[in-house]
Design a protein around this ligand. Structure first.
Ligand code: ZN
Length: 452
């Protein structure tokens, strides 16, 4: 049968100078909906169906074309997000990333080509999208997110984050939560709330969540779900291995340099990795530890999270879908967390990630810490760093005293003498301490200390 002749499909629209006519999106925007946002979490807008006549000519005055969107990260998720924004008719996009393109990115970061290896991800991604989709105005920023000041972040209507590390996400979260103005009653001013849509993937699993700063749970509320970077105490590795990763670390940290003092371990060489795997297995047998496999060895040595293109595609589509809903109010937004588990079949579910009432960034309640009478200020600092708060460099003041400041050097020197004093000698019982820390950005954390 001659398919060409019998096909009733219209020829593709070949005009590539305009955003393609996306039938389904136009339909969504032009009809009233029972799911439109009137009573959502963020009561600052209402969905008004617009009588589109089915062409993109009506799009210029829609929320999608007017809004300014920031994409954080131009890697696996970022490339997909930029493409989805282009296809959804959202032209005013900025993208920020500090990485350069590596040859290993090319299999899934599809905006990059061999010739781009070594160039800025943000710049190449923006150029590619702007050239291929002329209605797009993507502005690249090559650099660290921490180098931009809060006013930069304040200029966006929504922020979509496709970051791969916890510390950068904590920083972004604290910065954007810090932009919210609070009134005298402690309620947020809705017009200062910039939604963060946070996507993340790990192998066949992925997640997308909507953070409405000061309204829903924030990234910091869920910090417990992200275990601290695993590090191996050398003594455990050498003397008391308990886990398969201890055996693998023993093989590549201690045995390799002994066996091959002149040769650096090549993580990309199958021969080298096989050697590490076999040594690790030997040690695991000796200590009756199970779970050392070749794949696991690769994972521990490279500490690389496998990247799966289809997971990136699903998670970024979810993120951009949420952006459409947040900007147009055409439907209720995700409340608040979507998980995708591709390793167990195509399975996803959503749930409300509850606010942590004493969250260091977005909490309403004072954080409580119990100390012994003898505990020193230095011990309190270690608790703040190693406990659930996971602070980096905490500085502490009370209403009338400076207890300890990490910076500037003169102030550090002047307050250093307090470090070895018991906290109970520095403050009154039930007196609150205000903690500041680089990971909290502009947010001051109140901590109530009680003594046992
Ligand atoms: Zn929080």
């Amino acid at each position: 049968m001659d398919i060409e002749k019998t096909s009733s499909v219209e020829p593709m629209d070949t005009d590539t100078t305009q955003a393609p006519t996306r039938g389904s999106l136009l339909t969504l925007m032009s009809r009233s909906s029972r799911f439109a946002n009137e009573t959502g979490e963020l009561p600052i807008g209402e969905f008004e169906p617009k009588a589109f006549n089915g062409t993109t000519a009506d799009l210029p005055d829609s929320a999608l074309t007017q809004s300014k969107i920031l994409v954080v990260g131009a890697g696996g998720l970022g490339c997909e997000i930029l493409k989805d924004l282009a296809m959804s008719g959202m032209p005013n996009v900025h993208v920020i990333d500090l990485d350069n393109i590596d040859v290993t990115n090319l299999n899934r970061q599809f905006l990059f080509r061999q010739k781009d290896v070594g160039s800025s991800k943000a710049k190449v991604a923006a150029d590619f999208i702007n050239t291929r989709c002329p209605w797009m105005k993507v502005v690249p920023h090559h650099g660290k997110i921490q180098d931009k000041n809060p006013s930069f972040y304040k200029s966006f209507n929504v922020i979509i984050s496709g970051l791969d590390n916890v510390e950068a996400r904590r920083w972004l979260n604290a910065t954007v939560v810090g932009l919210v103005d609070m009134d005298e009653d402690g309620d947020p001013d809705p017009s200062t709330i910039i939604p963060i849509i946070d996507g993340g993937t790990e192998g066949f699993s992925g997640q997308a969540r909507v953070i409405l700063p000061r309204i829903t749970s924030c990234f910091e509320c869920s910090l417990d779900a992200f275990p601290p970077q695993r590090s191996f105490p050398l003594c455990t590795i050498a003397e008391t291995p308990r886990r398969p990763e201890h055996c693998i670390a023993y093989a590549f940290i201690l045995e390799w340099p002994k066996q091959f003092p002149e040769q650096k371990l090549d993580k990309d060489s199958p021969d080298d990795m096989k050697w590490v795997y076999e040594k690790a297995l030997e040690r695991a047998k000796k200590y009756n530890i199970e779970g050392v496999t070749y794949m696991f060895t690769m994972g521990v040595v490279k500490t690389i999270i496998p990247a799966v293109a289809s997971t990136n595609a699903i998670v970024s589509a979810t993120c951009v879908n949420e952006a459409v809903k947040l900007l147009t109010f055409c439907s209720q937004t995700l409340n608040t967390y979507m998980m995708y588990m591709g390793a167990e079949g195509v399975y996803s579910h959503t749930f409300v990630y509850e606010r942590k009432l004493d969250c260091a960034v977005s909490g309403k309640e004072t954080h409580k810490i119990e100390l012994s009478k003898e505990a020193t200020l230095n011990e309190l600092i270690q608790m703040l760093k190693e406990g659930s708060l996971r602070l980096g460099m905490p500085s502490m003041t009370t209403a009338d005293k400076t207890l300890y400041m990490q910076k500037p050097p003169a102030l550090e020197k002047a307050t250093r003498k307090n470090l070895d004093k018991p906290v109970s000698s520095l403050i009154d019982a039930d007196e609150e301490i205000v903690v500041t820390d680089p990971v909290l950005q502009s947010i001051n954390l109140s901590v109530a200390i009680s003594f046992q």
